[in-house]
Design a protein around this ligand. Structure first.
Ligand code: AGP
Length: 366
């Protein structure tokens, strides 16, 4: 209940929660990075080294934004720990009689720890002997209690219906988990160090991104009156695009669709017109050139483009440039401007930012 927490002088809880992310990320990291061995300390997992090495697959479940953060997490685990990993909506997972395997590590994500579909999926997994960890914000919540161990986010209460700080802290928790799994497998000390140092840079870099707020407000005003928006990204950028679209539709009610940029020409390119602007997630990574080519294709159909990345480009109408971290961690930072964009779009459209219509903060019924 919003009434119990101080809004810290911010006009909306959502802006407060976006703004406190330098601190909440620092809290998720606190005491968990080991600079001597370049490993993560995650005592709450309740797993010894032998068990940690034994998993051959990771399956992540959650609903809504928790699912998108899980998709970001799957990518981190595959890249850093080289274990096949994927995410699925918990609400679907539990209805398709999933094959539960002893060498799969299951991870349930939930800010509230009370989402019914996620809880029911955890219970089903446990019934079938699955090893389930939780990445949860609310201490002592149902999902925290039902899982065999896990990682608490320590992000503090999230009041606004749209998840922001919990999403980002979940991605950070996944980076810790990926580092942990990676360092008992193939991840080298040098790469472990690179990730530890990258994680430590995040709070300062988030602060830097927050200073872009005035510019993002202007961009949100410019684009918010469109009937819809397309969000595109590839590989690491795709979960960023999905979360960006989710935030926009949830609080501004502007229709938004997320697609892998590579899939545009297989259908949705037909939608591109000046009335459907695109937010393109374009990190400086090995897909940069391919992404810029896609922007050219959108431009050729008279689509307007707002690019979010690490440089400006003439292929876009507008650019938001964020600080660069390690490629594996960049998606975390690229998400922050999209939160501000959705927030200011919702304000510009005079929406009920913290309590969007038709939605509940935690969905405790089926
Ligand atoms: C996020 O902005 C949404 N409000 C929603 O998708 C949410 O992430 C989802 O309902 C899961 O909630 P949980 O993390 O509390 O389980």
């Amino acid at each position: 209940d919003a009434g119990h927490y101080d809004n810290g002088g911010y006009e909306h809880y959502l802006l407060k929660e976006i703004s406190e992310q330098p601190d909440t990320v620092a809290r998720t990291l606190r005491g968990r990075l080991d600079d001597r061995f370049h490993i993560a300390h995650l005592g709450g997992l309740n797993m010894d080294a032998r068990e940690t090495r034994s998993f051959r697959r990771v399956k992540i479940i959650g609903c809504g934004s928790a699912y998108y953060s899980g998709q970001m997490g799957a990518q981190l685990i595959e890249e850093l720990a080289r274990i096949p990993a994927d995410a699925e909506p918990a609400s679907e997972f539990r209805y398709r009689s999933p094959v539960v395997e002893p060498d799969t590590l299951y991870v349930a994500i939930s800010q509230s720890g009370e989402t019914y579909d996620t809880l029911a999926a955890v219970q089903e997994l446990k019934r079938k002997g699955g090893r389930v960890l939780g990445i949860v914000n609310t201490v002592g919540s149902a999902i925290a209690r039902e899982t065999d161990g896990g990682i608490y986010l320590h992000a503090g209460p999230e009041v606004s219906v749209a998840s922001t700080k919990a999403f980002i802290s979940t991605a950070v928790a996944f980076a810790l988990l990926a580092l942990h799994l990676g360092r008992v497998r193939d991840l080298s000390p040098a790469d472990g160090r690179r990730i530890c140092e990258g994680l430590r840079r995040l709070p300062e870099q988030i602060k830097e991104i927050l200073t872009l707020e005035d510019r993002i407000r202007e961009l949100a005003k410019k684009y918010a009156d469109s009937p819809g928006m397309m969000f595109v990204g590839r590989v690491r950028g795709y979960p960023v695009a999905r979360e960006g679209a989710q935030k926009l539709k949830e609080i501004s009610y502007v229709h938004a669709e997320a697609y892998p940029a590579s899939e545009l020409k297989h259908g949705p390119l037909a939608l591109i017109s000046p009335e459907l602007p695109t937010v393109a997630i374009v990190p400086d990574d090995e897909l940069l050139d391919k992404n810029l080519t896609t922007l050219g294709e959108i431009r050729a159909r008279h689509g307007r483009i707002l690019m979010v990345g690490h440089r400006t480009s003439e292929a876009a109408d507008d650019c938001i440039v964020v600080p660069k971290n390690e490629v594996e961690l960049d998606p975390i930072l690229l998400t922050i401007p999209l939160q501000l964009f959705a927030y200011h779009a919702a304000v510009a459209l005079d929406r009920d930012v913290d309590r969007p219509r038709n939605l509940a903060k935690s969905v405790t019924v089926e």
